[in-house]
Design a protein around this ligand. Sequence first.
Ligand code: NAI
Ligand code: MG
Length: 490
Amino acid sequence: MSNNATIHESRLFVDGAFVDASDGSTFDTLNPATGDLLATVAHATGADVVRAVAAARRAQPAWEQMGIGDRTRVLRKTAELIVRDAEALAQLESADAGKPISDCRAQILATAEWFDFFADISAHLRSDVIPTFSNHLNYTLRQPIGVVGVITPWNYPMPLYGIKLPAALAVGNAVVLKPAEQTPLTALALARLVQEAGLPDGVLNVVTGLGETSGASLVDSDVDMVSFTGSTDVGRQIAARAGQRLIKVTLELGGKSPSIVFADSDLDMAADGALFTFCVHQGQLCSAGTRLLVEASIRDEFVGKLVDKAEALRVGDPLDETTQLGAVMSHEQMTRIERYVGLGIEQGARALTGAGRASVAGLEEGLFYKPTIFEDVQTDMTIAQEEIFGPVLSVLPFTNEAEAITLANDVLYGLAAGIWTRDLGRAHRFAQQVEAGIVYVNTMNLLTPWSPYGGWKQSGLGIEGGIEQAASFTRLKTVWLNLGPDVPKL
Ligand code: NAI
Ligand code: MG
């Protein structure tokens, strides 16, 4: 096996113990760079999910009542342990997800930062005193929602645990996590770490398994909220199911984000940014900038630069420190990319580079794809409208700012948007007019735990990051207190 990852755990984590599935069933997780079987993992049955939710329900009140200082210490300690074990976690994540080891190292440290940021967030989540009648006091309380079901995808496993778990836990919720079936291993490694950090049994449970079975059981269980990241299709299904029980959902879904390059921008910088945003993690990023809107006067020059840079990228073994593009997640994902590229060609777009698998010496069974750039794309073509989730870029020229905005907004999604210009006024106009939850000016794909973001349109519902996210894991209660002596009388 061409990886150094050590698998520590492959069973469910329920009520503080690692256990097999109740019916003994399992599923396989593969290393997409080698095609090797990495681990056989417990597949949570509906009964296992119910047990995990019940454990969370029992554990939640004591966790809430533990007090902010004690909860802070546990989450801070978890952050420290993630940093302590960063190299092992990075190796495990790289093997399970096929992503470059250098990216994984950075992402594990980022995960620790999210735990650190949210550790004491309850201390900052102030309530309000609301002006009212002089003989009354009216104030709000923020209280935990209860048990939160968290369902995550495979593209950024650890960072997504960082994005979702500490915010939910810090404000006093208990959590049942269903990680993606393609990448379940770091979630189980993290379960060990929270236990070592002193998280009481049952406050975090991890139920590994498939989406249609374990994931669907979690949505239909007795959870009080579902926090989901993944495809728009599944997001819609989850919201519909949650709607039956009127429980809260937050959804972070797909995207088809534009990078908009004006002739007045620093073209080299813009080319680096435009390349990064469609190629990072092999394009398997919700906020990937997969539509390049370029001012017609510089189109040839700019696209030429981009093609040169794309062809110079090193696609290779994720464990090689110099690799920039690792493996695509799965055969399913590869098939999807190939289908979309085929559709692009069929509908009349022209591939300037890529449009095929990359071969990596020694990894003949690995799933690698060449960065692909399409010209002659019309905005209504499938490749310009739908999320591909691979390193595939559609180039669309524009002649003026109004046309750029129209094109930018001409999709169902609204996650991120990047603009490259030296004109400050234009940058701000664009930030106001674009239909997207995150706007980047002369940069792309930045994210910190303290900056809130969320998708517009079909890209999501609700906010992640920042104090806003912590608040979204609470229920607001309004309290009216009569200072006397009069009461309302009939
Ligand atoms: P998916 O949406 O099916 O999977 C995401 C998570 O949802 C996984 O944990 C999965 O087990 C779970 N899930 C699936 N069906 C479920 C159900 N019926 N009930 C409850 N949970 C369920 O995404 P998939 O199939 O892995 O990828 C397909 C496409 O989705 C990608 O090609 C990409 O376009 C998009 N996607 C977007 C992501 C984002 O970051 N917004 C992340 C992953 C995928
Ligand atoms: Mg799926």
